[in-house]
Design a protein around this ligand. Structure first.
Ligand SMILES: [Zn+2]
Length: 320
């Protein structure tokens, strides 16, 4: 069963909000763009495996995407965890272009893109470490024990994997997306039942309940003062700020675009970056409007949940 499907990680919309809200010359922008790029690549890599995982028996396998657990000191995360009554399989997905070269010496892995060759962390060893952490975590939570196996899957078709033929320990833990089902079948054929369905359900329930989504405060992480964030509604077409609010519509002074709801994204970005509530006065500052009455109309029409009466009313970020 797909217990935790592959969805956009909550940190991605936050990073996108920061990219929209920062001036183009802000010193943290490049790092945020890179962070966003890495997270998107990881998400797309996982998503491209869904097609193959969908072909597995839903009755036999439980699939959990993007699980993040706490070991008492640190968080550890799996791209995909496949679990059944015979084994658990950690799948580390990489979705990067170029050549990934595994060398036996020092267990070193390098990535070659064009003429540039850089050392990257060995994804097989990464998966192995996660497998060990999961084993320990299950033990500490008094779960019935299962063999915890691991695999690195390259999900990018254009990527070439180069390994040394005698590097058996590493080679058997690597495959391309299209070889994933075959690998799982071969693991399945050499394993046997370790527990009943009830025990498995107990484990998966505990894993899901212990999941802590990665959802940090972007401004804190990148040391950005809220004061530097751009205010005024951004034109959805040409990105000019601020749009002007005239008779219930936003007008772009640059391209002439008209919009009734261009402010909605800006309010949502505020929720994602600053805090999950907004007042009339905060909204006026954010959208660069003077009138309390217009701000009130905008908030009422946005249909946001609210608490408090009249002047003290606070509007809340919707649950979904
Ligand atoms: Zn415009």
């Amino acid at each position: 069963m797909d217990l935790k499907p592959c969805t956009i990680p909550p940190i991605i919309p936050k990073l996108e909000a920061a990219i929209r809200a920062l001036p183009t010359d802000h010193p943290s922008l490049l790092a945020i763009l890179q962070d966003h790029n890495n997270k998107m690549r990881g998400y797309k890599g996982q998503k491209s495996l869904v097609f193959y995982l969908d072909q597995l028996s839903k009755k036999k396998y439980d699939i959990i995407h993007d699980l993040r657990l706490f070991d008492g000191k640190y968080f550890f995360q799996f791209d995909i965890l496949l679990i059944c009554t015979s084994f658990a399989l950690i799948i580390e997905v990489k979705n990067r272009g170029g050549e990934i070269i595994f060398e036996r010496n020092f267990n070193q892995t390098t990535l070659k893109q064009g003429n540039k060759r850089t050392r990257i962390s060995n994804p097989v060893l990464q998966a192995k470490t996660q497998a060990e952490k999961l084993k320990k975590w299950l033990q500490e939570h008094n779960c019935p024990m299962l063999p915890v196996l691991y695999l690195f899957v390259n999900s990018k078709e254009e990527t070439v994997i180069i390994t040394e033929t005698h590097n058996y320990e590493i080679n058997r833990r690597i495959c391309n997306s299209e070889g994933l089902l075959e690998k799982i079948e071969s693991i399945e054929s050499s394993s046997h039942e370790r527990m009943d369905a009830k025990d498995l359900k107990k484990i998966t329930r505990l894993l899901l309940a212990s999941h802590v989504p990665e959802n940090y405060n972007i401004l804190e992480k990148y040391n950005i003062s809220p004061k530097v964030l751009l205010t005024g509604v951004r034109c959805p077409k040409c990105e000019t700020r601020p749009m002007n609010y005239i008779y219930g519509k936003w007008f772009c002074p640059n391209c002439g675009m008209k919009s009734k709801d261009a402010h909605l994204q800006h309010i949502n970005d505020y929720f994602l970056l600053i805090k999950p509530t907004i007042t009339n006065s905060e909204l006026r500052q954010l959208l660069k409007i003077d009138s309390i009455k217009i701000a009130n109309n905008i908030l009422t029409n946005s249909k946001l949940p609210f608490t408090g009466k009249f002047k003290d009313r606070v509007y809340h970020q919707p649950k979904n």
